[in-house]
Design a protein around this ligand. Structure first.
Ligand code: GLC
Length: 732
């Protein structure tokens, strides 16, 4: 670098020196532009503002642009080479579960209980998005702990347990960004974005975008932990959420965005609002005045304005003395810091290689298949109906609306994923491969769920389809039945008042059961959320929940059906018996009385249909006694827990050991049990493994409403997957 090279353009200079130098050179207008996130072109996002949006080369960020690297570079070249300071734009996109190679939706990933797989698939997503799309920043991971499956966005998160969500959040952040600042700045590593900060998943009644009444303790006990883990993993950005928390909108919430995030957790990156979140302060009846919207959002700690351009009023607000330049500088510093940290000044242009060269690589598709295999959950398997032996079957009925549908495996936020047969092979295609000697009889059986309207789905039925399905069932040796949600029934603005199967599918189950007599009826159920269909399920001999598992979905489902893969998924979110049972989740608090505390109009013993952590295997796992002994040496670990797990069946398999802690007495009431750790192990038939856990003081502590953690001596119970437990006492 020559001596007249400005400090901010010298990569050998410390990031903070480059930030300060660049900031000192910027005009008020240039600073304000850095806090805008705009759109460009008529991309796939229908929200976009009409045709070609005017391109503003000094803008801080562009989102949802799917024009590919070449076009993106053309715009970036104008920003870098044709403006006074040449500040690169940071290009964002919703790369939620894949850019081109499609992976299982996040909730399904969590059911694998393999965070290392999420790290791997996030790495692939980053490489494809950067190389093929010129994406520098993904609006992912969505990390919200969710208790209400009526809320359509549970599909985007890692389920109901804070510890599970923390593990997967960390994995995703590392996959996208790498582990260290040295990695962050390399090409192919993209900035992560923890969203939606915070509490959006507590949206009242499971409706979307609604008010959330979250107590300070619940905020710390349930909703903040995954964000804290993501910040600790180095996430460079967060996205503030649409909801207001007990009256203070998240986008203008100084307590969460500054006091917690910056002052307590030391976060140094920036926060972007969610789409229109700043202007929506009017809809929330917080303020209809754009000046107040801007000042309150910025002063609370929300640095960038997504898509609604309210922050274009910053220069006039500063000139009018309504907004301090110090507040503006603080936000601009954060944005510039991330741009320097992610190496944008050194590599502002993405590679320009053909999509076929950079995407869908065999190892990427293998990762997609591995993730699908581990995500699927065997919910029911009466009389060991599964696995099937294809050779013994002459006639297999393939009945249901999803056999020839590809989108059903893609789900919401499919980025640039193609839902065609070549990339997302249908279940029907794969069934032909896995049952080569059988006569396959296909019948749709009922209308497919409408992509447009849940009401249409609820009303749909077709007598002719139903009769044809019954006839096919009557003549087959085994019936494979596809059920559940279509590809777009879960996701944003997809809240549902009920989470049952649509009537036409319930009718189909009954008709098939009647026609099949005692022949096996096996269901493959798709969905982006838990569904509650326990009554209809009584007619099914086996249920494999295949979620929305991306490009590997159909292959993995057939491998499990035929025993090539032993299912190992476990539920990361509870399945209620009926929608009326919501909320029901793993770390609920203890009732004052048992027995009379449950719904008197649910016939079975109360509690959920399938609890968190539930999932069947083709083999058996037996737990030995659990021991808890004081830790040998003084330090963070207070106790050491040990348990043995044996594979006492005939097939290799994977078991997830869940460590549940019950605090029997505390100054603030505690959950009946809560997850403090989990570990998935692989066991050959006859193999026994000892699993140990260092039980730390932090694990034994509980959190108060101000975020402080309290460790109180007393009695605890530790359980391993609910199969074996030990009581122990912490004395001091
Ligand atoms: C949406 C979503 C958010 C997404 C953003 C950009 O409204 O709430 O998750 O990242 O807009 O597409």
């Amino acid at each position: 670098m020559t001596q007249e090279t400005p400090i901010y353009k010298d990569p050998k200079q410390p990031v903070e020196a480059r930030v300060r130098d660049l900031l000192s050179r910027m005009t008020l207008e240039e600073k304000a532009d850095q806090l805008l996130q705009g759109l460009i072109g008529k991309d796939v996002n229908p929200n976009n503002l009409g045709g070609e949006n005017s391109f503003r080369p000094t803008i801080g960020s562009i989102l949802s642009y799917s024009g590919g690297s070449k076009a993106r570079n053309a715009f970036q070249r104008i920003a870098v080479e044709n403006t006074r300071l040449g500040i690169p734009i940071i290009w964002g996109y919703d790369v939620i579960h894949g850019w081109r190679t499609c992976f299982p939706v996040s909730l399904a990933q969590a059911c694998s209980f393999r965070p290392e797989l999420t790290e791997k698939l996030s790495r692939v997503s980053a490489l494809e998005a950067w190389t093929d799309g010129g994406v520098d920043w993904t609006f992912s991971p969505m990390v919200e702990v969710a208790h209400d499956p009526r809320w359509g966005r549970v599909v985007e998160g890692y389920g109901e347990d804070p510890v599970t969500a923390q593990a997967f959040t960390t994995a995703a952040v590392v996959g996208y960004q790498g582990k260290t600042p040295e990695e962050w700045k390399q090409p192919g590593y993209i900035a992560a974005c923890l969203k939606h900060f915070v509490g959006y998943s507590a949206s009242e009644g499971g409706r979307d975008y609604h008010y959330t009444d979250i107590s300070p303790r619940a905020l710390w006990e349930y909703y903040l932990p995954p964000f804290e883990a993501g910040v600790a993993a180095g996430a460079r950005t967060l996205m503030s959420s649409f909801n207001d928390i007990c009256g203070t909108p998240a986008v203008a919430n100084h307590y969460t965005e500054t006091e917690i995030l910056r002052n307590q957790w030391g976060f140094t990156g920036f926060i972007v609002s969610d789409w229109g979140g700043v202007s929506q302060l009017k809809a929330q009846r917080y303020s209809s005045d754009p000046a107040v919207q801007t000042v309150h959002s910025l002063e609370a700690g929300n640095d960038m304005d997504m898509a609604d351009f309210v922050f274009t009023n910053i220069p006039e607000l500063v000139k009018a003395g309504k907004l301090s330049i110090a507040t503006v500088d603080l936000a601009v510093e954060r944005v510039l810091r991330v741009k320097f940290e992610m190496g944008l000044f050194e590599h502002p242009y993405a590679p320009e290689v053909p999509t076929e060269e950079s995407c869908w690589k065999p190892e990427y598709l293998e990762t997609a298949l591995a993730a699908a295999r581990e995500a699927m959950v065997l919910l029911k398997n009466e009389k060991q109906t599964l696995p099937l032996a294809p050779s013994g079957l002459k006639r297999v009925a393939l009945i249901g609306p999803h056999w020839k549908n590809n989108l059903v495996h893609i789900g919401w936020w499919g980025a640039l994923v193609k839902d065609d047969e070549k990339h997302a092979p249908s279940l029907f295609t794969k069934a032909q491969e896995f049952f080569p000697d059988a006569e396959l009889v296909y019948e749709q059986g009922c209308p497919a769920p409408s992509v447009k309207s849940n009401l249409e789905t609820l009303a749909a039925r077709d007598e002719a389809l139903l009769q044809a399905a019954a006839a096919a069932a009557a003549s087959a040796d085994v019936i494979l039945l596809t059920l559940g949600e279509g590809g777009h029934q879960s996701g944003e603005y997809k809240s549902r008042r009920d989470i049952a199967l649509p009537p036409c599918q319930e009718e189909l189950i009954a008709a098939v059961r009647k026609a099949a007599g005692d022949k096996p009826v096996i269901a493959l159920v798709s969905g982006g959320r838990p569904l509650a269909f326990q009554d209809a399920a009584r007619s099914l001999d086996a249920i494999l929940y295949i979620w929305q598992c991306g490009y590997g979905a159909s292959q993995a489902a057939m491998e499990i059906l035929t025993g090539k893969v032993n299912p190992s998924g476990r539920l990361a979110m509870t399945f209620p018996r009926t929608v009326g049972q919501i909320p029901v989740y793993v770390n609920q608090h203890h009732p004052a009385r048992f027995g009379l505390n449950e719904y008197q109009d649910i016939p079975e013993e109360n509690g959920p249909w399938f609890p968190f952590g539930y999932g069947l295997s083709y083999t058996e796992f037996t737990y030995g006694d659990l021991s808890v002994t004081p830790a040998a040496s003084e330090g963070a670990a207070a106790f050491t827990a040990k348990v043995t797990v044996s594979n006492t069946g005939k097939m290799a398999g994977s078991e997830t050991v869940f460590w549940y802690l019950s605090d029997l007495e505390a100054s603030l009431t505690q959950p009946l049990k809560r997850v403090i750790a989990f570990r998935k192990i692989d066991l050959q038939p006859g193999e026994t493994r000892e699993v140990t856990l260092s039980v730390t003081r932090d694990m034994l502590s509980y959190v108060r409403g101000d975020g402080s953690k309290v460790l109180e001596p007393g009695d605890f119970i530790l359980s391993a997957s609910g199969k074996t437990e030990a009581k122990f006492t912490l004395n001091a």
